[in-house]
Design a protein around this ligand. Structure first.
Ligand SMILES: O=C(O)CCC(=O)C(=O)O
Length: 300
């Protein structure tokens, strides 16, 4: 099936955009889960969070967007219909919608706490800041490592990507470049781009908008899947990821949240009752170095 990934069209289900594999059969085996995370760079767990809870959170978020007049008036709220040429609606942070009880039930799900306690062999903590997204038509996320945004604390920080609804690939799904977290060909990338912090180094965050720019230079394989409400994806700070492009007329709702062992240092930007967020990056008047210039300096 043809889908859009960044600005390219490619065929999902082939080597250029293959299928993620789930790790559900390993769920009761900590050593096997850790080995899979090390091997693949991610864990896809189907139906981990109670599906009805995810659908209730979705409905609450759509109601909120309706109140903000972000949806098409008169169209069924539950469809998440976006206005013509609909842009993404930012709802990130620690705010009334991310802290709504129905939403918190999912973003700070007991199922996630139990899973991370199993993985870390100690109680986890989660950032208060939540990256809640309603991604609009023709919008996508470029390829990046998360460490450039949130690498000032725990080295064992993990991202959990939560689809808030059933999301087919053409609506904008998370895609992983499998192999990027450990293949030797990515080492120079890890030692250059991977050492950056967007607030300290004032550079663009995305390494590239072109998925093939990664695979032709460094290798790895892009993989994604059709997600269902209840599924989650877990990965570390050095797993290159992006999203496919939303070519539908409905918002793609998802949230990415972070978990780490509670005894590790914490990146203060993302925690507290009113997390500060980025310190300089994205602020008006702050000059940001282009990724093209940075890449020329690094030679990657
Ligand atoms: O949902 C997206 O479009 C991007 C997600 C992401 O970059 C992340 O989970 O770290």
């Amino acid at each position: 099936m043809q889908v859009k990934f960044g600005k390219r069209t490619m065929v999902y289900g082939t080597d250029e955009l293959a299928e993620l594999r789930d790790a559900n059969d390993l769920l009761d085996d900590r050593a096997a889960l850790l080995a899979r995370l090390d091997e693949d760079g991610y864990l896809l767990l189907r139906d981990l969070i109670d599906r009805d809870a995810v659908l209730s959170a979705r409905q609450r978020i759509l109601q909120h967007m309706d109140e903000q007049q972000a949806l098409v008036p008169g169209r069924l709220v539950l469809e998440g219909a976006m206005p013509q040429g609909g842009r993404s609606v930012p709802m990130m942070g620690c705010n009334s919608i991310t802290q709504d009880a129905l939403v918190t039930r999912v973003l700070e799900a007991p199922e996630l706490f139990a899973l991370f306690e199993q993985l870390f062999a100690e109680p986890p903590l989660t950032f208060d800041y939540k990256w809640l997204r309603a991604v609009g038509n023709e919008q996508f996320t470029g390829a990046h490592y998360d460490v450039v945004y949130m690498g000032n604390g725990s080295k064992r920080l993990h991202t959990t990507w939560i689809p808030l609804g059933d999301i087919p690939v053409e609506q904008g799904t998370l895609a992983m470049c499998v192999g990027s977290h450990r293949d030797a060909r990515f080492e120079k990338l890890r030692q250059t781009y991977g050492k950056m912090d967007v607030d300290r180094d004032l550079i663009q965050g995305w390494f590239t908008e072109d998925p093939f720019d990664i695979t032709t230079r460094f290798g790895g394989q892009w993989q994604t899947t059709n997600f269902r409400a209840g599924d989650v994806m877990i990965f570390g700070m050095y797993a290159m990821h992006a999203s496919t492009t939303n070519t539908t007329d409905r918002f793609r709702l998802s949230c990415d949240v972070r978990y780490q062992p509670s005894s590790d240092p914490v990146d203060a930007r993302w925690c507290g009752r009113q997390p500060h967020g980025h310190l300089a990056w994205g602020n008006k008047g702050v000059k940001i170095k282009s990724m093209a210039d940075a890449r020329a300096e690094w030679g990657v």
